[in-house]
Design a protein around this ligand. Sequence first.
Ligand code: PMV
Length: 343
Amino acid sequence: MQVPINEDFMSKTTARAFSNIALVKYWGKRDEEKMLPQNSSVSVTLSDMYATTTVEFSAGLTKHELMLNGESYFSGSSEYSKVESVLKRIKKTASTGLNAKVVSKNNFPTSAGFASSAAGLAALAVAASKAIDLSLSKKELSILARYGSGSASRSVLGGFVKWNRGEKDDGSDSYATEVVSDTYWPEFRILAVSVSNLRKKIKSSDAMRRTVATSPYYTKWPKEAERDVQKIENAIKKRDIKSVGEIAERSAFSMHGLMMTAKPPILYFLPKTIELINVIAQLREKESVNAYVTIDAGPQVKILCLKKDIDYIKEKIAKINDIQKIFESRPGTGPQFLSDHLF
Ligand code: PMV
């Protein structure tokens, strides 16, 4: 579609998108440039962790400008290149040479150590396409966000979400769809626990590449993950916390186990990560509380449970020393447009 744009064109849009946590993990790309995954994945969108992003296309800009949580990022940084790759596709689709100013803020401290790329890049895809007057479907938005970060493809939807691996080389069938909406299982809770505020040493994209290239066990992963995706979809539809928790926990541990078999091995767990894993396992084994953990490419722990157990679980975690922060979420909605702008 050709967008009629004159020299004075200026259009600002602000969108909010919610972070997501994978229950069945995506680990490994089959195409680095198009961000095509080796396996399908399933996530839940987080109601209380989000990014708010304002995008302004303007004729006065000679290149894209990016500010994240009050800090400027420039060409050469991985943050800038993720944003650039989404904007590049938007510019191509809209047939425009305009550049954009992007200002994005998370509602949780960056020092909490939670990857915010999923929320930020989904918000960027939604805000930028509207700012340049493109009317995109959820499928098109998911593909667009995927170019910034794989997990962002799932944050263009609310509730429980599946990102289908797809088969095609052009990536046109690799996008996210809703499994069930945000209101389907309102008792489901996610506690995101920050155990360290140190920056992680290895980026997820580097860790993925190394695992695929060097772990002798990686070949088993994609098939096993596809089976888990099918099983967890059924368990989510039945609102079966035990099955969802068990599948999610095993998917996370398998992913970390694979990383530990890469050359050289990758280990994201810290002592507090293990302590928390054990506290949750004990709650389950000794007190029959339905609580499970999942862990992304970092040391932070997310606990999956039900509303009725949340206060008790929080009380147990509060007894662990040096826990930095806890964020509680329900299944969240898809992205929203806001009338206020960040600049
Ligand atoms: O696309 P990225 O760089 O956000 O990678 C996400 C990797 C995991 O968070 C570990 C798994 C997942 O499916 O979100």
